[in-house]
Ligand binder design. Structure first.
Ligand code: HEM
Ligand code: HEM
Length: 184
């Protein structure tokens, strides 16, 4: 018997799941914008600080992703209501799985890229992450390609995800978005 079988079905995401969802969403979108900005800057010391801020925020997002997955594995999420067509329930489940995959893949590929580069990775100005590989051109280019393609996969999927949430709220006028928002 799974945990969800032993409880009445939940109707909304709990406060912790909501807090993790929205803090991660803000962090990921913010870090995406920061990355695009930092890559446009001239190669001066303050740009290196921006890179380190990007790496630190990305690792914070990774820590939240771990917490989120642990929370999700132990706390049931509300099912998509039966009045939604089967294709939509399948699409929602598939896109949520893919989003989970990408919120791990993006920071992990960034971490591999950073550790394989010749620059130190300084976390919030506090300490340097040790690199088990040292500078490594092959790892750097593979991880760099994953990080580059990952950004577009994540951006595309988040855009679809947001469009779906807004469609439910404004066009279909159901409770899907409200289940992820605080309130009654
Ligand atoms: C929330 C997670 C993350 C997101 C959404 C993200 C997103 C991005 C984006 C959009 C770029 C620009 C890529 C390009 O246009 O070439 C980028 C570059 C970069 N990211 Fe991340 N990243 C994340 C996490 C990380 C982490 C955890 C690290 C390292 C610890 C990292 C290291 C880097 C580095 C070094 C670059 C520069 C690559 C280059 O020089 O071309 N990222 N990231
Ligand atoms: C980087 C940005 C985002 C990521 C990575 C993300 C990821 C996810 C994931 C993985 C889930 C599934 C949760 C679970 O069942 O455990 C989810 C649910 C949800 N997200 Fe997002 N999300 C993001 C931004 C947004 C935004 C901006 C909105 C609203 C405009 C939104 C609305 C929702 C809603 C309404 C649900 C619940 C769907 C349901 O009840 O089945 N998300 N999100």
């Amino acid at each position: 018997m799974t945990r969800s079988d032993s409880h009445a079905p939940v109707r909304r995401y709990d406060g912790v799941a909501q807090a993790l969802h929205w803090s991660m969403a803000a962090l990921i979108v913010g870090n995406f914008a920061l990355a695009l900005y930092m890559l446009e800057q001239p190669p001066v010391p303050s740009t290196i600080e921006l890179f380190n801020l990007h790496k630190s925020l990305g690792l914070l997002a990774l820590a939240l992703a771990v917490l989120r997955l642990l929370w999700r594995a132990t706390h049931p999420a509300p099912a998509i209501p039966d009045d939604h067509p089967a294709w939509e329930r399948k699409a929602a489940a598939a896109s949520h799985h893919l989003l989970y995959l990408l919120i791990f893949l993006q920071p992990l590929s960034g971490l591999a890229l950073a550790l394989a580069s010749e620059f130190p990775t300084t976390i919030f100005g506090l300490f340097n992450l040790p690199s088990p590989t040292g500078p490594n051109e092959t790892l750097k280019s593979v991880a760099g390609a994953v990080h580059w393609w990952g950004q577009w996969a994540l951006a595309g999927l988040v855009a679809l995800h947001v469009a779906a949430a807004l469609r439910h709220h404004f066009l279909l006028r159901n409770d899907i978005l409200k289940r992820m928002l605080p309130g009654a």
